[in-house]
Design a protein around this ligand. Structure first.
Ligand code: GLA
Length: 377
């Protein structure tokens, strides 16, 4: 991919570019907790966005997306926003750097990726952090720290893409480290790397191919529910709420808001439990918690869908150690922790049964925990 992108850049712009990459992410557990000040436990994966970039000495940005086979050209003022959605991610990153007092000038770029789109692997965060990293290197002497790079990506989602997301995806994409997951406390932004050792098990995603676009999904509504309950309980975020306090206030809450908050409060403890279990090498406990999360996301938070519940049921029936819907929800994939010996039969059964019911096979995506945003040599 690197060679191909470079060659296209050479052909289009006749120069030698600098090369950058950033990664998509998985999240082992801790879903919809980031914007509630809770914990998440993600890692960057070996599916990346790669970009060839070079300043062009003008005030104009020219970008070519290899995968979409489209070009965009835009200026760097607020009123210059491009029409194409994919280009708005890049424009947003430029604008957010400038708004923070950083420098961005005109540049030429070509990019491509192998992060599946709409599968819940945060291809958009990978794109944002790839460009944020590159523009920090090319125009700002790497003076913008990594937390700020993640926030630049998050603000791009908020201000240019209409998704009021938390910090998890951009954080994972910027800070990702080979063979390590990261437990991030989204209230204090303190984090710790955990070696991800699961000898005898594999991590695999099954992409249902049911597309979710968070832009028109009820993602923002879930967030509003949580904020309403936090306000009612007199805490800043649900991170500081307890089940006792929630139950005491139940009469004043809609049933919907109650169950949303219940999920978040339970989920924040599950992240801590899973981190402890992983450190002990206790994959069985990790797996059990993953099923509990799925159940909560499906019944209480209501962000699953029929196809993903079906994949989760199959995993359970096949004796898979842990399985759950991953990411924002409303489609996308399940993440599965599978014993080596069960891997082949599980994948075969899932493909066969899913196809029988929905007419197409889910796509198997084995993942390896890898580095996040970086410059390629
Ligand atoms: C999306 C958002 C994240 C996070 C997850 C759910 O991926 O971008 O910030 O809220 O959903 O855990």
């Amino acid at each position: 991919m690197e060679k191909k992108i470079k060659a296209i850049f050479n052909e289009k712009f006749g120069k030698e570019p600098e090369m950058y990459a950033s990664a998509g992410r998985i999240n082992l557990i801790g879903e919809h907790t980031d914007y509630n000040g809770g914990y998440v436990f993600p890692g960057a994966i070996d599916k990346v966005i790669m970009a060839a970039i070079l300043p062009n000495g003008t005030d104009t940005v020219k970008v070519y997306s290899v995968d979409i086979n489209e070009e965009a050209e835009f200026g760097l003022r607020e009123e210059d926003a491009p029409k194409q959605q994919w280009a708005r991610y890049i424009f947003g990153v430029c604008r957010e750097i400038i708004k923070r007092g950083g420098t961005v000038k005109g540049f030429d770029a070509v990019f491509a990726g192998n992060v599946p789109l709409g599968a819940g692997l945060s291809s958009s965060a990978a794109l944002e952090s790839c460009f944020a990293y590159a523009l920090n290197d090319l125009f700002n002497g790497n003076t913008i720290d990594k937390f700020e790079l993640a926030r630049i990506g998050q603000s791009t989602e908020h201000n240019y893409c209409g998704v009021n997301c938390g910090i998890m995806d951009q954080f994972a994409s910027v800070f990702g480290k080979k063979d390590h997951l990261m437990r991030l406390d989204c209230r204090s932004m303190e984090f710790e790397y955990f070696p991800f050792k699961i000898d005898g098990y594999k991590l695999v995603l099954l992409d249902s191919k049911v597309k979710h676009a968070l832009v028109d999904s009820p993602y923002n509504k879930r967030r509003q529910s949580c904020e309403r309950v936090a306000k009612m309980l007199g805490v800043e975020t649900l991170r500081d709420a307890t089940m006792e306090a929630l139950n005491a206030a139940r009469g004043e809450l809609t049933a919907e808001d109650y169950f949303r908050a219940k999920f978040v409060i339970e989920e924040k403890q599950r992240v801590l439990d899973v981190c402890d279990a992983l450190q002990r090498g206790d994959c069985e406990t990790v797996g059990r918690k993953m099923y509990e999360t799925h159940n909560g996301l499906s019944k209480d938070y209501e962000v699953s869908c029929e196809e993903l519940d079906f994949l989760n049921d199959i995993a359970r029936e096949c004796g898979v150690t842990g399985s759950r819907i991953m990411g924002g929800g409303f489609g996308g994939c399940t993440i599965n922790l599978v014993k080596d010996s069960l891997y082949e039969p599980f994948i075969a059964t899932a493909k066969k049964e899913f196809k029988k019911k929905y007419g197409h096979e889910p796509v198997e995506i084995p993942v390896v925990i890898s580095d996040g945003a970086r410059k390629l040599s």
